[in-house]
Write a protein that binds this ligand. Structure first.
Ligand code: F6P
Length: 346
């Protein structure tokens, strides 16, 4: 028998680092919930902080118009981790209780948590405590276990690739080694994809340990072959044995010291997370959002929406929690890049 959906009250929050596509996902959940199922939508402010402080507002379908292409999140976000107790005051240990109390007081039937690994872990713990929770995976890092892709990743790869493209011409003019450091946390997905898309000569990712000597030899070999410049794409999560905050800065100095080749470094930073989502991310976030509303209508709580072989599936939050999706060093993309002469510094 079909479940009763009309009148259900859905809370929605975005937590963790922002990324392009969050508003598209909010819109996908909200429009489907309101238009298709006659549900009500409540936007929680600033991730789990809003559940702790009871900061929320009702969202009408009208409120969801015009947000598809806007970067960031209309709800705000935070890195609040309500279950983290390390060294915290007693009052802060009450946060999960407050979330449960406020969930009841707000009259919620479900809480949609849009986020990366930290958020989905919290969502799983709240589900364990009896709340009806649905997770939606987002992050530029693409490192959420259980889904082939997260939204935000494609936009970040586009931005990073454009940056690499622009470095080629200035590197060529000055005959320099250009290092570009990209985000990705402990995963190398952004560096791998934009490194390949941007024709990086060396791609360094945390999943493949590098040797400074191998990088230096490779760059000297390129120079000896009359290749006047090189692009080194560096994932932020690779080992940084130096004192410099940026690993690209450390390696830049090392490479100059070891090769005598002139080097420069660029740390791309938060630009990778800002601005309008790519069309692919708008589509993916919309697919995830609408699928989440369908899952709520079927009362399939405790799950995360995911993409497997281009099909929407649901994965239990309990399986996602505490796991990371890293680049397999034998990933076909790595193998293909190696076969074309790209160095991974090993
Ligand atoms: O998870 C997304 C991400 O941008 C990572 O790539 C990066 O390591 C981290 O967030 C930066 O976090 P913050 O916004 O807290 O500085």
């Amino acid at each position: 028998m079909a479940k009763k959906t009309s009148g259900m009250k859905i809370g929605i929050l975005t937590a963790g680092g922002d990324c392009p596509g969050l508003n598209a996902a909010i819109r996908g959940v909200g429009k489907t919930a309101i238009v298709r199922y006659g549900m009500k939508l409540v936007g929680i402010s600033d991730g789990f902080t809003g559940m702790i402080t009871k900061d929320y507002r009702e969202l009408s379908e009208r409120d969801l118009s015009g947000i598809l292409t806007i970067g960031g999140t209309i709800l705000g976000t935070s890195r609040e981790k309500p279950f983290k107790s390390n060294g915290k005051k007693k009052s802060e240990l009450r946060k999960p209780d407050l979330i449960r109390e406020h969930y009841e007081q707000m009259g919620l039937d479900c809480l949609v948590c849009i986020g990366g690994n930290g958020t989905l872990k919290t969502a799983g713990l709240l589900a364990q405590q009896g709340l009806n929770v649905i997770g939606i995976p987002k992050t530029i890092d693409n490192d959420v276990w259980g889904t082939d892709i997260t939204f935000g990743f494609d936009s970040a790869v586009n931005i990073a690739t454009e940056a690499i493209d622009r470095l080629h011409s200035t590197a060529n003019s000055h005959k320099r080694i250009m290092l570009i450091e990209l985000m990705g946390h402990n995963a190398g997905w952004i560096a791998l994809y934009s490194g390949i898309a941007g024709g990086g000569d060396v791609i360094l990712i945390p999943e493949i340990p590098y040797s400074e000597e191998k990088i230096a030899d490779y760059l000297l070999h390129r120079a000896s072959e009359n290749k006047p410049y090189s692009i080194v794409v560096v994932a932020e999560g690779i080992k940084n044995p130096g004192k410099e905050r940026s690993v690209a800065q450390y390696l830049s100095g090392k490479i100059f010291e070891m090769t005598g080749l002139e080097t420069r470094e660029t740390v791309l930073g938060y630009i990778q997370r800002g601005g309008t989502p790519s069309p692919m991310d708008r589509v993916l976030a919309t697919r995830y959002g609408t699928a989440a509303a369908d899952m709520i209508a079927r009362h399939e709580f405790g799950n995360m929406v995911a993409l497997k072989n281009n099909k929407i599936v649901s994965v239990p939050l309990s399986e996602v929690s505490g796991r990371l999706k890293l680049v397999d060093p034998d990933n076909p993309l790595v193998v293909q890049a190696r076969n074309m002469g790209t160095s991974f510094g090993d």
